[in-house]
Ligand binder design. Sequence first.
Ligand code: TRP
Length: 332
Amino acid sequence: MDTKKVILTGDRPTGPLHLGHYVGSLQKRVELQHTYDTYILIADMQALTDNADNPDRVRSNILEVALDYLSAGLDPGISGIVIQSLVPELAELTMYYLNLVTVARLQRNPTVKAEMKQRDFGANVPAGFLIYPVSQAADITAFKADLVPVGEDQIPMIEQTREIVQSFNRMYGPVLVEPQALISKVRRLPGTDGQNKMSKSLGNTIFLSDPTDVVAGKVRNMYTDPRHVHAKDPGTVEGNPVFSYLEAFDPDTEEVKAMEEAYRRGGLGDVKVKSRLIEVLEAFLGPLRKRRTEFAKDPAGVMRILMEGTRKGRTAAAQTLTSVRAAMHLDY
Ligand code: TRP
């Protein structure tokens, strides 16, 4: 019997993935896929909860995100990449779980609260948006995930999933697996503007799919210490994204340390540090770009990979749904 633990995680296909996604989660997934049964969900239904008026945005990003996964090293031979909307069992599970959650509890979910504010929904929150944590609980439990590798902002989702699992198992019998969040320990990669978070809407990202000259341009325009006007001036490393990126991507940690000391002391110019970062990112992104080009040549082949992953995922979800229905005495 296969006793490997199961991992499930996913992304909303609303845009291409960037270096922050890589450092925060992709890298970890690529590593973990060898130890765990891994499912990666392209969460198009969840993406629609605030993109109902723009389904083409979601549609066009399915292939983009799949290419990001494959180029980052997710191996479709061992990891199942699943298109959420092609697993209708998830929607059915969501309906059953909704009865185990109160509206007040949904309104208290801090991540959803923050997102609602960000999106300025006011009183016009789409009901689907408010309940997406429940649909996420369906995602997680359908695959019987033990571990959910996510960023910190997703902790409330896992918390809410655990509550749903506990209610369900108490009410209907021990059917669902209680998942645990696997929070990546790496520090969050700041945006190229030095802002706390890389985000597409802030325009401060470097995408995994950016070509060489675009990456170089973005690095040259990167925020650094504004008081470090001349190379000879002492500079600040903390909060300086150029160094955060070097720390994340330069394999020569000794050299990075030496550069940081020189920068602090004064005598190391931004142009030099940025040139190094351009080289380092090129060395990292080069192989990704190569794999991407290969896969992108054959979009039908990528779709086949997604269909195969989805088929595998759907089999697992259907099994869970059968036990859920039986536990709820819906096995007519
Ligand atoms: N909410 C996640 C995000 O915004 C995406 C997601 C959907 C997810 N379903 C999931 C993550 C299940 C982990 C497990 O990035």
